[in-house]
Design a protein around this ligand. Structure first.
Ligand code: 13P
Ligand code: SF4
Length: 308
């Protein structure tokens, strides 16, 4: 009998579909994907897709972004409930009030937000281009940055710009334990600490390198060190192990008592290989974005892609 992976690969061909997956997806899903990447890479890839169907193995805002960028394709997501604490922290009606209270501000939003919030935005950013894009804004222009206050603080520190921050955060990156991290580092003083900028300032202060998931993978490949403590969602370790099989990769410890003693995103992990198969077979759940929202949300995403 054929394995689930084999059946997915067959179905993908039969349906003329591609699978785009984020690095936080479970290993089996990454293995059947046509492209695995960070939020920026996935957006760039989604735009180029020529197939009929994009199965987005990631979370809801990522699938929505793919639909905004490539609206004639059918975009499907294995589990509709695969959300994101950052996107949920920023409901569009409240964000609209916030922007209207500061009409002189440029509105910059992290891609981890809904299409409705993107439609209220001047420029979208991802973790790999946020610093560069904020640096490109004229110094006399005040900036609203939403929804991630931790990424926002990091960008402020890197650029020397003051920004008005929305009070959102990533539940996964906020769960890293500084005490446990310091204890782990004491046992591994030869390790480099690498962290995602959604982490809190006290974690970022310990890091030798801070960057997007793609940036972190590139760092372990190019840095001569043999050992890394990795402060981001544990799904990234699958690709890292493939890229640097002889290096030691240690997940940064989380405060949460979970099975892997590391940080896992419950939203990302809602997608399973079985759900990927069912989703491809039934071509549902489908992601659609109303035309008026899509047209408005496309503008700040395209600005980001131009500036990246
Ligand atoms: P990147 O992969 O773009 O660094 O984003 C991380 C993340 O948390 C996605 O939800
Ligand atoms: Fe959202 Fe954090 Fe999960 Fe990424 S890791 S999808 S930012 S909750």
């Amino acid at each position: 009998m054929k394995s689930l992976k084999e059946r997915i690969l067959e179905l993908k061909k039969e349906k003329n579909a591609v699978i785009l997956a984020h690095y936080y997806q479970e290993s089996d899903i990454q293995d059947v994907a046509d492209y695995v990447g960070d939020s920026l890479g996935l957006s760039q890839e989604a735009m180029k897709v020529d197939a009929d169907i994009i199965l987005f193995a990631g979370v809801h805002f990522m699938a929505e972004t793919a639909k905004i960028l490539n609206p004639t394709k059918k975009v499907i997501l294995p589990d509709l409930k695969a959300g994101c604490s950052l996107a949920e922290s920023c409901p569009a009606p409240l964000f609209k009030e916030f922007t209207e209270a500061h009409p002189d501000h440029i509105v910059i939003t992290y891609v981890n937000c809904s299409a409705e919030v993107k439609a209220l935005t001047d420029i979208v950013v991802t973790s790999s281009n946020a610093v560069k894009i904020v640096q490109s804004i004229p110094k006399d222009k005040p900036i609203i940055f939403a929804p991630d206050k931790n990424l926002g603080k990091y960008v402020m520190e890197q650029t020397g710009r003051d920004m008005l921050l929305w009070d959102g955060s990533c539940v996964v990156h906020e769960a890293f334990s500084l005490d446990k991290l310091v204890a782990l580092y004491k046992q591994n003083p030869d390790a480099q600490i690498i962290a995602h900028p959604e982490s809190e300032t006290h974690i970022l202060k310990t890091a030798n390198y801070i960057g997007s998931t793609a940036g972190m993978i590139n760092y372990v490949k190019t840095n001569p060190s043999n050992k890394f403590i990795v402060a981001t969602e544990a799904g990234i370790l699958h690709k890292m192990k493939q890229e640097v099989p002889n290096k030691i990769l240690i997940p940064a410890p989380s405060n949460e008592d979970n099975t892997c003693a590391c940080s896992e995103c419950g939203y990302m992990k809602m997608n399973t290989l079985q759900k990927v198969y069912d989703c491809l077979l039934n071509e549902t759940p489908e992601i659609n974005v109303p035309d008026d929202i899509r047209e408005k949300a496309l503008i700040p995403i395209e600005r980001m892609l131009e500036l990246s």
